[in-house]
Design a protein around this ligand. Structure first.
Ligand code: SF4
Length: 425
């Protein structure tokens, strides 16, 4: 299907909501009902824009309803709940604000669908802090990029293109940037202009390797032949490269560290970065932001003083990264109503549970078990305007609609529920 580009206000470039890079240079064409990516996209973006909204409206226990009726039923369920869980939270800034407001009013808990991975980073950040950088800094300065856990492009398809792939930088043309993969190497078809090395180590044991490199950097003896499945000589050579880099960066995606106590591996990585800064400039880059996880955390942080997994039942927000996990709250029955918010990706379904569930879902979502209430909502950057934080948290990018839509945004649907709650809460 062909057609004219659908321009965002003041710009022909479209901003993509489908991963944490939030690329702002896409060309989207097609008809107002069926937008298609024509330039600067990737397979993930093509899938995202290709999710076709179904025409069905809200439902109550599977029966068609108006938005007002669905909001009234959701309000009735929330009014009777002791500890509602606002999970999923795949939405934009406005939706996250509305979810926080409603959680505060109903004594609820906020958690994100990517919470388990996000917590691996939050534990480290809260415990000892970290030194991190931005995509722009990598683009302009980085001469050594290390990817802990292997290639990140399956999750962030244009990562290299948007960072070290740029030939032009603030300081002239880039000769190239060396890339080291710790884990699996680059995906097929990846083009990199600098030297590439793949260290096919044991990723769950990477914490040992970071510890060894810290010892080597400090000039301490290392009484071992290998770490993370690789000879010590490999780590000695790598830490020397890191020490002599002008601006090194080590990036990781917390979902790739899916093993017990992965936060300790991330902590060892972050401490190595701090050590390196005694001699050179070196930074970390935690990659996230997909499904609005960085956005939900940032909004919860500025609104409550805490990030995700904050609970409002005690009269003041209280964060507990373990006790307020979605899986635990549903398994123990502590959450007595689940509000599942998934406006970006139609395949992020609510967890299987017998807890009464209100779904504010992508309009192309097909649920296995009919929830108590289903309200189809628009996607920010496709059906309505909004803002999403990029992975590096330094910018919240504006999004504009590229499809003609009558779907409510998450913020609008939640506001309708809040209004239906009435003055008494
Ligand atoms: S890399 Fe991510 S943000 Fe960029 S176009 Fe692809 S899905 Fe969209």
């Amino acid at each position: 299907m062909s057609g004219s580009p659908i321009p965002a206000p003041d710009s022909a470039a479209v901003t993509c909501p489908f991963c944490g890079l939030v690329c702002d240079d896409l060309v989207v064409t097609g008809t107002p009902d069926a937008p298609e990516v024509r330039a600067s996209g990737c397979p993930t973006a093509a899938n995202g824009y290709g999710q076709r909204a179904r025409s069905d409206g809200p439902r109550i226990a599977g029966r068609p309803a108006t938005l007002a009726e669905a909001a009234a039923e959701a309000a009735r369920l929330l009014r009777g709940a002791r500890r509602p869980l606002f999970g999923g939270l795949a939405t934009d800034v406005e939706g996250a604000r509305a979810a926080g407001r409603l959680a505060d009013r109903t004594g609820g808990v906020l958690d994100h669908m990517n919470g388990a991975a996000a917590v691996r980073n939050l534990l480290v950040l809260q415990d000892g802090g970290w030194i991190t950088t931005t995509l722009s800094e990598i683009r302009n300065r980085c001469d050594l990029l290390i990817l802990a856990g292997g290639d990140v492009t399956p999750r962030f398809p244009r990562f290299f293109e948007r960072t070290i792939g740029a030939r032009e930088t603030l300081f002239g043309d880039r000769p190239g940037c060396d890339v080291v993969f710790l884990g699996h190497g680059p995906s097929k078809g990846t083009t990199l202009r600098g030297a590439v090395e793949v260290i096919g180590c044991d990723v769950p044991a990477l914490g040992d390797a970071f510890g060894v490199m810290r010892a080597l950097l400090a000039g301490r003896p290392v009484d071992a032949d290998a770490a993370a499945g690789m000879p010590i000589a490999v780590w000695r050579k790598l830490v020397e490269r890191m020490r002599t880099a002008t601006y090194g960066v080590i990036a990781w995606a917390a979902p790739d560290f899916d093993f017990p106590h992965a936060e300790l591996t991330i902590q060892a990585l972050c401490e190595l970065v701090k050590d390196l800064n005694r001699a050179t400039r070196f930074s970390g880059l935690p990659l996230g932001g997909s499904d609005g996880d960085v956005t939900a955390d940032a909004v919860a942080l500025w609104q409550t003083g805490f990030g995700l997994r904050a609970a409002f039942g005690g009269g003041a927000p209280e964060q507990d990264l373990h006790l307020n996990a979605t899986e635990r709250l549903l398994a123990t029955g502590e959450a007595d109503v689940l509000v599942w918010i998934a406006s970006i990706n139609a395949t992020r379904l609510p967890p299987a549970t017998t807890t009464p569930t209100i779904v504010l879902g992508h309009a192309a979502m097909t649920v296995a078990r009919e929830p108590a209430v289903f309200i189809p909502v628009g996607t920010p950057g496709v059906d309505h305007a909004g803002h999403l934080f990029r992975t590096d948290r330094v910018v919240a990018l504006p999004l504009f609609p590229v499809r003609s839509s009558t779907l409510p945004s998450v913020a609008q649907a939640l506001s309708a529920i809040e209004a239906a709650l009435g003055g008494g809460g």
